[in-house]
Design a binder for this molecule. Structure first.
Ligand code: BGC
Length: 399
């Protein structure tokens, strides 16, 4: 069947090269397409000990947990809540804190326990560990929070309105928590944190002297964790369907890569491909999986198209990893073995069509791109760790 979502190796390499260049620009200046947001934490792999309470605000859920880090890392309490209400019109900052407090209060948290807050939206890290929201993504639009710190006001709310007693908080992106958790697997020359779920994004470490825009920062050196915000990449070789999805979104012109790749948008790409079929506006990535897993219940054309969109998503993710590996190579050509710690339900999914695992498409495409893109000496290992976000958030505040 004709594949309107096909991308040749050459096109994928164009995408990889474009991302590589835009990452360089983002390392030079603020406010660029690829934001490259530095995080001012040096994560420790060894010698961390203690309890942290961890908050995790994702695209769909809010979780609170108590994590004990020692010889063994243990999660000793966990509370969770569906937080899609965040996307509703009129939902306020106070509503958010109130909703978070309800979840947090279910746990028995020791007094003055430090907080590691995994926050899955673009935020500018401050040197005191907090971070300022730049803008919401993934359909959230709570008014009045952009430009303000995320952690401080939540701590204040919890201390004043509940019986919480907190002071220290570190706010980090979910790609940064994955990146940190990935350090538990030693022996790699470089590390990447990747999320492909409701949204998408990557983070890595760059040597501080490779990041021109932080050269004036006093007292900071070594490796800097950088949250790329690669979901905002506007790559070449997207289709008219992607333009349609973008036009109908509430953040037109932004998060173009995310809109071609992530779980929140795949159903919309599919609907754009069948504009006259009156498809359910709630069709999402789970709906596409249903088609691929129950082919006898759907038109062949639907099943094949769902697969083409799924396959393209994985190939685009591979192209973005290849682009970032090009940057890591420029920063240090001796880098050979790279671990990608990947999180997200779409990334670790599999479908019945051609008996396919998403990660297998990513690995196969990476091989091709490395061979064709002059990166033949690089080796990527894609890994997963249970509760990576919770562990990485605890590492952030206990390091
Ligand atoms: C956000 C990122 C986040 C990613 C994955 C994107 O929409 O901008 O900060 O890392 O989703 O959760």
């Amino acid at each position: 069947m004709n594949n309107q979502f096909a991308l040749s190796t050459q096109q994928l390499l164009e995408i990889a090269n474009d991302l590589r260049q835009k990452i360089e620009t983002g390392l030079q200046n603020d406010g660029t397409e690829i934001k490259c947001l530095p995080t001012y934490i040096h994560p420790k792999k060894d010698g961390i000990k203690g309890d942290a309470v961890v908050f995790d605000l994702g695209g769909t859920n809010f979780r609170a947990a108590i994590v004990s880090v020692g010889e063994k890392t243990e999660i000793t309490g966990l509370a969770e809540k569906d937080i899609t209400e965040m996307k509703m019109e009129g939902f306020t900052e106070d509503d958010l804190y109130n909703s978070q407090a309800q979840t947090i209060n279910q746990l028995n948290i020791p007094k003055n326990c430090p907080i590691g807050y995994c926050f899955s939206y673009p935020a500018k890290s401050l040197t005191n560990g907090d971070a300022e929201l730049i803008n919401w993504t993934k359909g959230v639009k709570i008014a009045g929070m952009a430009g303000n710190p995320i952690g401080g006001p939540l701590v204040k709310y919890l201390n004043e309105k509940t019986n919480g007693s907190f002071n220290k908080i570190a706010v980090v992106n979910d790609t940064i928590t994955s990146l940190f958790a990935g350090l538990m697997n030693p022996g790699y020359d470089a590390y990447i944190g990747l999320i492909v779920g409701t949204g998408t994004n990557m983070a890595t470490f760059f040597p501080s002297d490779y990041i021109p825009k932080i050269q004036d920062l006093e007292g900071w050196s070594g490796e800097t964790p950088v949250n790329l915000e690669s979901g905002n990449f506007n790559p070449p070789n997207l289709t008219a369907f992607d333009a349609e999805v973008d036009n109908n979104s509430d953040n037109k012109g932004f998060q173009r890569f995310e809109k071609a790749i992530s779980g929140m948008y795949l159903g919309r790409v599919f609907r754009a491909a069948f504009p006259n079929d009156g498809l359910d506006i709630n069709l999402d990535a789970a709906g596409l999986s249903k088609m691929m897993n129950n082919p006898e219940q759907f038109k062949l054309e639907y099943v094949e198209t769902a697969f083409q969109i799924y396959e393209r998503s994985a190939k685009l993710v591979a192209a973005s990893i290849a682009g970032l590996v090009m940057n890591l190579n420029s920063a240090d050509p001796s880098v050979k073995k790279i671990q990608v710690l990947a999180e997200g339900s779409l990334f670790w999914s599999k479908v019945k069509t051609h008996d396919t695992k998403y990660v297998d498409i990513v690995n196969a495409t990476l091989k091709e791109l490395f061979a064709e893109g002059g990166l033949g000496d690089k080796e990527v290992q894609i890994s997963r760790i249970d509760n990576a976000n919770l562990i990485g958030a605890a590492m952030s505040v206990l390091s």
